[in-house]
Each structure stands twice: as C-alpha cells, then as structure tokens.
Write a protein of this length. Structure first.
Length: 322
C-alpha cells in the first residue's frame, strides 16, 4: 500500500497509539482526519498536530456520527478506536461487543459503500489465547481467545478479511504484544508507579510471584513497524505480529520500576491472583510473538522488552514531573 499523499481517517486518534501514528502519517506527507469520542483519549495528545494544516479533528462517537460523510473525504482508514481493557470483559460482557465488533462492522459497511479500499487494523496477541507454540507465529491455530476482548478483536479480524474479499478491499492487520511508551494510560507500569507514589515501601501486585511472562514493545518501534508493514504488504489481507524477542515477568517489571524510582527494599505483596496465578480472568500467562515475518519485510525493534519497559517508565516519570 502506498503511504504518502493519502487522505487517512484515524479513529481513536486521541488515544495512546493512534496519536503517535497520526504524527508519523503527517510526517510522511499524508492528510489526516482524526475521529475520537475522547472517552479515553485526551486533547493534549493532539498538541503536536492540532495546528497542522493537513490535520482535522472530529470529536464524535463511531456509533453515532455520520460515517458516510466522514469517509467520503478519505481513501484509507486506520481503525484504532476500541475499548482495549482486557480486564473489563469479565464484569461487562457487552462493552467489547459494542465498542469493538459493532463499531468495526459499522465502519466496514461505510467503507464498502463509499469505496474506501484500504484498512489498517490493530489487533492483539490475545487472539492466540494460550498458544502452545512460543514464539507464536501469525499462522498459529486454532486461535482460542480466553478473554472477551481477544474474542472481539478476532471477530473484527474475521469481519475485515471477509469485507476485503467481498468488496475488493485491502487490509493490514497487526497483532501487537503489549505496547508501552509516552501517552499510554493503562498498563502495568502505570499501576506500579501510581501505587508506589502513594506508598513507596510496599507494592501490591496482582497474581502469583513471579507473575505472567509477556513481551513488550515500545510505541516508537510499533509505529515504525506499522509503516513498514503498510508499505511492503503484498497480500490482500496481510497479518503481522509486532512485539519484541524477549519476555519479562511481572516481578522483573516491578524491579525495573522500583529501580527507576530510586526505591530500595520495597516489600512486594502478591495477591495470589485467579485461575492459577493470573492477574485477572482472561489474562494470558505466557506471551511471546514470533516477529520473523515483519523482520523479513525489513523491520526489527530497536528495544527489547526490558529496554522498552525501562524507557517507558523513565518517560512516565518525566511526564509526571513536568
Ligand atoms: N496498547 C496496547 O498494548 C495494545 C495492544 C494490542 C492492541 N491494541 C489496540 O490498539 C488500539 C489503540 O489502543 P490504545 O492502547 O492506544 O488505546 P486507547 O484507549 O489509548 O485509544 C483508543 C481511543 O479510541 C477512542 N474511542 C473508543 N471508543 C470510541 C468510539 N466509540 N468512538 C470514537 N472514539 C472512540 C478513545 O477515546 C481513545 O482515544 C486499540 O484498537 C487496541 O485494541 C493496543
């Protein structure tokens, strides 16, 4: 897919990853329309782009706005709006169905009607469920998600693929590991920083020591990977994992956070977790994605999980200090 001089709709543009993607799309000479209901996104995340003549922001909800009108202006859609809170699915089974599946269906319908042919979609490692092959490649199956969030994203992938084949559209789907970095508002490092600021000698940790083992990727590597994937995609529906080559335990993340905060002898208190030591229902215990496919297309992350987490913690502490 070409990625310059395009007119791109980015949904969820005021969120964590969407806001970084918008900056990169503008840097590459594209025009961007951002659409966000600011339910989780923030206006301040658009500070760097709001004055750019090639950028326009629409505050609106994807379930309510006249999408046809918006799509008539663009020739590509990066659909980043979603509810990404895995934990929520256990207490509210409707939210991921509505905010992820129904919203995506609505958007695809209007893309088909308005002849918008190119779709970029951020999916997730959670579509693999508890994979028995690690590192997990894109063609691993069967995919058996254990969270409603994972199920909703897999359903979106299936819808996107079927719309592409039905209406001659093209898609690039990314399955992300845990993405960290500036403007992230919901991950384990924030939870730890917040708790340690309140009580510097004690840290309450969800799960059973040493916790889950997962892979983390910095948002700068993630966005660079997406751009390469879009530009080099060959298949009508191309799927790429984006992650790093190592994984970290929750204990190691706690050690990195306490080191970066300059704290010593913090007493870790493990809650014991649920269903065999998981942090919450639907939490995958072991996740590492194979990134060989995107590496063959010319990308590789500059940071491993350890470096990405350390960098993200430094960035979060710096932002809080500002
Ligand atoms: N952060 C990660 O580690 C990660 C991992 C895998 C996949 N993803 C996916 O990447 C995408 C972006 O994630 P993120 O971490 O930046 O999340 P985020 O919550 O920061 O961003 C989502 C944005 O979508 C907006 N939004 C939500 N529902 C909307 C609606 N109905 N109408 C309009 N706007 C709406 C929110 O206000 C927010 O700005 C999501 O699709 C998520 O599922 C994220």
């Amino acid at each position: 897919m070409r990625l310059e001089n395009r007119k791109v709709l980015v949904t969820g543009n005021a969120g964590f990853i969407g806001s970084h993607l918008v900056e990169e799309l503008l840097r590459k000479g594209n025009h961007v329309v951002g659409l966000d209901n600011l339910s989780a996104g923030k206006r301040s995340f658009m500070d760097r782009v709001i004055m750019d003549d090639s950028f326009r922001f629409i505050e609106g909800d994807l379930l309510a706005v006249d999408l046809g009108k918006v799509l008539r202006e663009v020739d590509m859609v990066c659909h980043f709006a979603a509810n990404p809170d895995v934990r929520l699915g256990a207490s509210n089974t409707h939210v991921h169905f509505e905010q992820n599946i129904e919203v995506t269906y609505r958007l695809l319908e209007e893309c088909a009607r308005n002849d918008v042919k190119d779709i970029i979609f951020p999916s997730t490692s959670t579509v693999y469920g508890e994979a028995t092959v690690i590192p997990t490649p894109e063609d691993y199956g069967p995919q058996i998600p254990i969270s409603i969030y994972g199920a909703s994203k897999l359903a979106c992938e299936a819808l996107i693929s079927s719309y592409c084949h039905t209406f001659d559209m093209n898609a690039v789907i990314y399955r992300f590991a845990n993405v960290v970095g500036p403007r992230s508002t919901h991950n384990v490092t924030h939870d730890f920083i917040r708790k340690l600021k309140e009580q510097p000698s004690f840290l309450d940790i969800l799960g059973r020591d040493p916790g889950t083992h997962k892979s983390y990727v910095h948002v700068s590597d993630c966005v660079r990977g997406m751009v390469i994937g879009i530009e080099r995609a060959k298949d009508q529906v191309e799927i790429f994992n984006i992650g790093s080559k190592d994984r970290l335990s929750v204990r190691r993340i706690a050690d990195i956070v306490t080191q970066e905060m300059g704290l010593k002898e913090v007493d870790y208190h493990w809650t014991g977790g649920v269903k065999g030591g998981r942090g919450w229902i639907g939490d995958v215990k072991d996740m590492l994605l194979s990134i060989e496919k995107l590496e063959r297309f010319g990308w590789s992350p500059k940071m491993n999980s350890e470096a990405a987490i350390r960098q993200a913690v430094k960035e979060a502490l710096r932002m809080e200090g500002d």
